[in-house]
Design a protein around this ligand. Sequence first.
Ligand code: LMR
Length: 310
Amino acid sequence: MIANGDVFGKEQSVILHLLDIPPAMGVLEGVCMEIDDLALPLVKGYVKTTEPELAFKDVDAAFLVGAMPRREGMERKDLLSANVKIFKVQGEALNKYAKKDVKVLVVGNPANTNALICSFYAPSIPKENFTAMTRLDQNRAQSAIAKRLGLCVSNVKNVTIWGNHSSTQFPDVFNASVKLPGSSKSVYDSINDSQWLESDFIKTIQTRGAAVIQARKMSSAMSAAKAAVDHMRDWWSGTSEGSWVSMGVISDGSYGIPKDLIYSLPVSISNKQWKIVQGLKITDFAKSKLDLTAKELLEEKEEAMAVCNA
Ligand code: LMR
């Protein structure tokens, strides 16, 4: 998708830097053969390597997907001790070798805390440049609402994911709307079933990743890749007037959320800079959800720092 222009546009050529661990070099060789054989005009070259310094040299955008995936019965935070050090190493390498305006998207779980650690070890790069992927949750929520209403996903706007990419996340449709030609109505009014919206819907989105693992015996792949594309494309090209997307970004105290967590928030984007959307209505119900997911992120942060310092 990147090589085909879905992220940076159909005019932008790309050089792909592909980093993997030594045992995976044979597979990576095969991937590169396929990149050749795709014959995509935008691909100006690729670098395949096991060395973070080569992988991150002068990159403009980084998709950090390399991490141990979770298996059935695990929470994403159970991966913390196995994965967080990868993001320490990658943060250090980004700090030394990447461009200072590099845009970093962390996909490997636990994504929010991994992004925080990556940023911590890359102090020369602005904290705003490190983000975690909650677009998959946004897409899941948007799709579930559209399906319930028998509409297309493009009719559902401004679904917000708050907090952690975990089972404590809060998929919030209170400020979301259903747009049809000539009309716009709130999702709440359109669905007219607050019981479903405040229980089953939330639970389904919170546990969707686990449900996919249970069905596939492997974690999501296609939908995760598409969400990564959506995230980086919107960061690169901006959001449209009056609409926002959800990204795990560094918190600044907005909405009473503790500062310095990578917390999923509604953001609007222009000139490749995201801005937290302010002034959304937060009910008491929503506030309790926001606090719960913040608490989990604070605990993860503490554990991750302990792992990195051990
Ligand atoms: C997902 O949400 O599908 C991914 O984060 C993989 C997982 O572990 O759930």
